[in-house]
Design a protein around this ligand. Structure first.
Ligand SMILES: CC(C)(COP(=O)(O)OP(=O)(O)OC[C@H]1O[C@@H](n2cnc3c(N)ncnc32)[C@H](O)[C@@H]1OP(=O)(O)O)[C@@H](O)C(=O)NCCC(=O)NCCS
Length: 135
């Protein structure tokens, strides 16, 4: 079930060093134009697509279901949607996610300083990554 509460629960389990998003925040996002969920409560991508350009708003796999290819499959489903570009931000120290995105063909296009405020008080830069279909 991809209810806002189920997504919030998985998000909280997956993101151990950031403030988890609440069920209300997920519900608000899911009501917005162009926002879609790929996956289920165990593992999902939340995207916003407008005029052929998609943004990955968040991506999470519950720890008990990680390393089974779920996130890679969701990303593949997204990238098969005839999009012109896909963008995302990822913490520069997030080795698993960067490996996942790089393997899917995303490239680094920028950096946002102190983008993430961790629950520890530490601030971490984000790298902006983009994907485009091969010509
Ligand atoms: C990043 C995340 C979504 C990956 O989910 P997943 O379903 O476990 O990923 P997959 O099993 O599909 O892995 C696909 C590839 O990603 C990379 N990867 C995934 N987890 C990894 C890890 N712990 N260490 C290194 N590489 C990893 C690998 O290249 C992997 O391929 P392989 O298993 O053949 O080596 C998951 O670790 C997670 O929820 N992390 C916390 C939340 C987060 O950081 N989200 C991304 C924010 S931008």
């Amino acid at each position: 079930m991809t209810t806002p509460a189920a997504l919030a629960a998985t998000h909280a389990l997956a993101f151990t060093d950031q403030r988890p998003w609440s069920a209300d925040e997920f519900a608000d996002l899911m009501d917005q134009f162009g926002v879609a969920v790929i996956g289920d409560a165990h593992s999902f991508i939340l995207t916003r697509t407008i005029a052929g350009e998609a943004e990955i708003l968040t991506l999470a796999t519950a720890p008990a279901h990680q390393r089974k290819g779920l996130a890679r499959n969701h990303l593949k489903t997204l990238l098969e949607q005839r999009l012109d570009r896909v963008f995302l931000e990822v913490a520069v120290n997030n080795v698993p996610a960067i490996a996942l995105y790089t393997a899917a063909g995303f490239q680094i296009i920028g950096r946002r300083r102190h983008y993430y405020h961790l629950t520890s008080g530490e601030m971490v830069d984000a790298q902006v990554m983009a994907w485009a279909p091969k010509p």
